[in-house]
Ligand binder design. Sequence first.
Ligand SMILES: CC(C)(COP(=O)(O)OP(=O)(O)OC[C@H]1O[C@@H](n2cnc3c(N)ncnc32)[C@H](O)[C@@H]1OP(=O)(O)O)[C@@H](O)C(=O)NCCC(=O)NCCS
Length: 200
Amino acid sequence: MTNALSILNETGFVLDAETDADVPAREALLDRAMGEGRRRKSSEKLRRGRLPSAGLAFVARDGAGRVIGSVRLWDVACGDCPALLLGPLAVDPSVAGQGIGSALMRHALARAAELGHGAVILVGDAPYYARFGFSTAATGGVMMPGPVERDRLLGLEFRPGSLDGAHGLLVARGRRAERASGSSGGRKAASAVDRLTRVA
Ligand SMILES: CC(C)(COP(=O)(O)OP(=O)(O)OC[C@H]1O[C@@H](n2cnc3c(N)ncnc32)[C@H](O)[C@@H]1OP(=O)(O)O)[C@@H](O)C(=O)NCCC(=O)NCCS
């Protein structure tokens, strides 16, 4: 077994921990898949200036090693409840519908549960995320730091009751990205940490 997960399957992709070298390709992918508006999302306020939760930034690569999918999870809290915020999840439009998004989701959620996290929150399309167990059942008291459609504010508890006290404003509690003159400083710091927690 190498660092990459052994799921180079018939569709020809592998899941891997994100590294420093992946950052430009990941950002280009997010722009392609989500457009410029991605930077104005309420969730972005909880990510800006922070590093992803340790060991929870993943990419999907094609057979040539190119980044074709991305997902990250971030440390947040709501009231008394620590949780993870998932996102953005994106797959290159050229390879949509081949199970890459689902594979990234299932792997990221499994790793988060293994690492002992209790719950995950995200803003997204319920018809897509319901297949992974997400619903609005436990997010009724959660407030985002910006506009959000309530039926897109979804939660998943790994341990039942993990979001029982989730009432109030969702706040970032992740490791701060290193302040740098350029925007790559934080990215380098994030990647350095995540390299240490690469998928085994
Ligand atoms: C959403 C996204 C990550 C899915 O990735 P993917 O690799 O194409 O997804 P999968 O192949 O694992 O799953 C495809 C299935 O999801 C469904 N699906 C995809 N996007 C959906 C959506 N927004 N709502 C409901 N269902 C959706 C497809 O219809 C397909 O259904 P089927 O299995 O019944 O045929 C990808 O389309 C993407 O990057 N979109 C742009 C960015 C984005 O919207 N991110 C999520 C924010 S909500």
